[in-house]
Design a protein around this ligand. Structure first.
Ligand code: JHZ
Length: 414
């Protein structure tokens, strides 16, 4: 479905600045039997809203197709994500003095990777997630889970049932929401007076400045700044009161602290002032498309050169972002023989569109390539540490973003 008005503020002033062509859904991995069938492709195009500054996709795919029928992402496959989430939970327990009479709700609770920390501490927790496999895993870890998409209607039902939340956590989900207003209205409804909402999402500044164009795929309807968040939550009687930045999470992530009363820290003002001069203006995005094209052509040159020299190349991480990269660049099994992934639900399938087979991580030692293209570059340190044996045997990693580079053994760029 094409979008003609801003999905946050309703303004018609959307200015496109990047098109990645028509691609299949990034997480719609293909099974062996389905290889011969045609895959559905959708336009991947992003625009800037002149009115509220929100960067967003110009086409919508139904959420059921994205997050229920085709969703194999399990948060617990990264140790870094687990450690980050545990630190967040422990910090909230202490700072908000949470106890047995509190309620913590997480939206998009996935496999319970975060809420299990509250459950362990004896603090009532409720997950909300429509993805069936992930909700099963969360329940098995002791995290009660409502299997639905979140919005104001669900929030009202929970409140009517006596379940107001002292803390609401929404990590890497706001970008997935086609109806932002319905979602934020639901946050306002569900929040207990004086409660706290924390929202994490990759920062649009990092997307542009580190050329993380591969994080653009149909699941991500929007790409957020503090300015866009501030304007969005204010329309619902909520206030952006603090901002934290994590440079090492998903290529650069912000955590916004939102409450029902205004109490902004200096950090909030600093972000808003800085953004007013930079990414809150269309000019900031105008060079992006040509930067993206440079990454594509440099990467293709490097891979073709390696193949011409008779080198074998595989990839690491059947990530959604990997799918954007290989589809946009047109990288198939002729350039990258296989991709490995720890997620057992992905192994045995094929990357959408280009049909590179997905194998277990052990393949890197059993059938070693000369080079590994790090599609999950956001976990570079974690993955390189795990792969010390592959490196010891002379293997090398290629990082595609922000510019294609071959990593040295020690991790320094050459
Ligand atoms: P990863 C995800 O995007 C999903 P994706 C989601 N759409 C989102 O919003 C963003 O994050 C923020 C594997 N892996 O996390 C696991 C290993 O095999 O970069 C994953 O399949 N070994 C919700 O899909 C993939 O790599 C490892 O050691 O682009 C990484 O996917 C590690 C750490 C990961 O996300």
């Amino acid at each position: 479905m094409p979008i003609t008005r801003c999905r946050a503020c309703g303004s018609p002033g959307l200015r496109p600045f990047l098109s990645l062509g028509e691609t299949p859904l990034a997480d719609a991995l293909v099974t062996g039997e389905a290889l011969g069938r045609e895959e559905r492709r959708y336009p991947l195009e992003v625009a800037f809203c002149e009115s509220c500054t929100l960067v967003q996709q110009l086409h919508d795919v139904p959420p059921q197709e994205l997050f229920v029928d085709n969703y194999l992402y399990f948060s617990s496959f990264s140790n870094h994500v687990l450690a980050h989430s545990r630190a967040h939970a422990l910090d909230l327990i202490e700072r908000r003095r949470l106890g047995p009479r509190s309620l913590v709700v997480e939206i998009a609770s996935n496999d319970g990777y975060l809420l299990r920390n509250f459950v362990e501490a004896g603090i009532p927790a409720l997950g909300i997630d429509p993805a069936p496999g992930q909700a099963d895993a969360a329940e098995a870890a002791g995290v009660p889970t409502v299997r639905e998409f979140f919005g104001d209607e669900l929030a009202r039902r929970l409140v009517a049932d006596g379940r107001c939340a002292n803390v609401i956590i929404a990590n890497n989900v706001l970008a997935h929401v086609p109806d932002l207003d319905g979602f934020v209205a639901g946050l306002r409804t569900l929040l207990a007076p004086g409660g706290l909402i924390t929202v994490e999402n990759p920062y649009v500044r990092d997307l542009v400045e580190h050329c993380e164009f591969d994080t653009i795929y149909h699941e991500h309807h929007c790409y957020f700044s503090c300015t866009a968040i501030d304007r969005l939550v204010r329309r619902h009687g909520l206030f952006l009161n603090d901002v934290e930045y994590f440079s090492d999470l998903h290529g650069g992530t912000l955590r916004w602290h939102i409450g029902d009363r205004p109490d902004p820290t200096d950090t909030v003002w600093r972000y808003l002032d800085d953004e007013a001069r930079t990414l809150a203006n269309f000019a900031y995005y105008q060079e992006f498309a040509s930067e993206v094209e440079t990454v594509r052509s440099e990467l293709l040159t490097l891979l073709r050169q390696l193949r011409a020299e008779g080198r074998r190349v595989a990839a690491y991480g059947a990530a959604a972002k990997g799918s954007t990269l290989v589809n946009y660049a047109g990288i198939g099994p002729d350039l990258v023989e296989y991709v490995v992934d720890r997620n057992v639900h992905k192994v045995g399938k094929y990357m959408p569109g280009v049909h590179i087979p997905i194998r277990p991580v052990e393949a890197l030692l059993e059938d070693p390539p000369d080079y590994v293209l790090l599609l999950a570059w956001n976990f570079k340190d974690e993955i390189v540490r795990q792969q010390d044996e592959y490196l010891r045997r002379g293997g090398r990693f290629i990082v595609p973003i922000p510019r294609p580079q071959v990593l040295e053994l020690a991790g320094a760029l050459v």
